[in-house]
Design a protein. Structure first.
Length: 265
């Protein structure tokens, strides 16, 4: 009987020890939960208004090349409730002034206008915020002197060349083709590279009074008759002058076509 009582006491001690150990384990695992208390979902998440303001500040700072601390936002209307946007916010400048930013959400669809200002910078217009591309000036092919030209010099194609110049600074009477200086002389000194104008040249004298010149007749009719006649006056290229046939004494008229060459009228 004594032995049975001893065994019963040992069994009770073992059960009590195991119960205490199990209780200690349960308390250790449940203690942090009780200490932290029930968590509130989304307690640390930014509100839709905070997210909108942060996005606008960063966008303006990047586009205006300033720090976000320099960007200030005007308070929104208290009656406006900013909703959560499931997509990334899109921003642009819808007006001529860069002080109003439009914020748009594609899901759900909504938009909001925010007034902004940047410390240390004057208000900019939309045109100022865009990159300005330099405009290439329009070019024009004109005739320029290829060497120093002196007054009275008779020109030919070797004295000039064509070059591209800024059209905005060129007068309307600039020559463009080398053929325009044939049988012409310069009336003023011209520097190399300087454009030639129509009043810088004039037809040169190709026929002098008293000289014998070659008169050609009938080219337009498909035949040609030539005769030597006397020039009664000086003549420049294209001018009409009087001529005289020494053999018959008859007076004629002709147009100067080249050095000592006249076309009959």
């Amino acid at each position: 009987m004594k032995y049975a009582l001893q065994m019963l006491c040992r069994l009770l001690d073992l059960l009590i020890a195991r119960g205490l150990l199990l209780g200690l384990v349960v308390w250790l695992f449940s203690a942090p939960s009780f200490a932290a208390g029930p968590a509130k979902p989304g307690a640390n998440a930014a509100s839709p208004l905070d997210a909108l303001q942060l996005s606008v500040k960063n966008w303006v700072a990047q586009s205006r090349k300033v720090s976000p601390e320099q960007v200030s936002l005007a308070p929104l209307d208290a009656r406006v409730k900013v909703r959560t946007c499931d997509k990334a916010l899109a921003m642009d400048l819808p007006f001529s002034s860069a002080e109003t930013v439009r914020v748009r959400c594609s899901q759900p669809v909504w938009q909001q206008y925010v007034r902004v200002s940047v410390a240390g910078k004057a208000p900019e217009t939309l045109a100022q915020t865009k990159a300005v591309m330099p405009v290439e000036p329009a070019k024009r092919w004109v005739l320029v002197a290829s060497m120093p030209l002196q007054r009275g010099m008779t020109l030919n194609e070797t004295h000039v060349q064509r070059a591209q110049v800024d059209a905005s600074i060129m007068p309307v009477n600039v020559l463009e083709q080398s053929s325009e200086v044939l049988h012409a002389e310069v009336v003023r000194d011209v520097r190399p590279g300087e454009p030639l104008r129509s009043h810088d040249i004039r037809p040169t004298v190709l026929v002098k009074r008293g000289q014998m010149v070659l008169l050609s007749v009938g080219q337009t009719q498909g035949f040609q008759i030539s005769a030597r006649v006397e020039a009664m006056q000086d003549g420049r290229f294209g001018e009409q002058i009087k001529l005289k046939n020494r053999d018959s004494g008859r007076e004629l008229s002709g147009r100067v076509q080249g050095p000592n060459q006249v076309m009959g009228l």
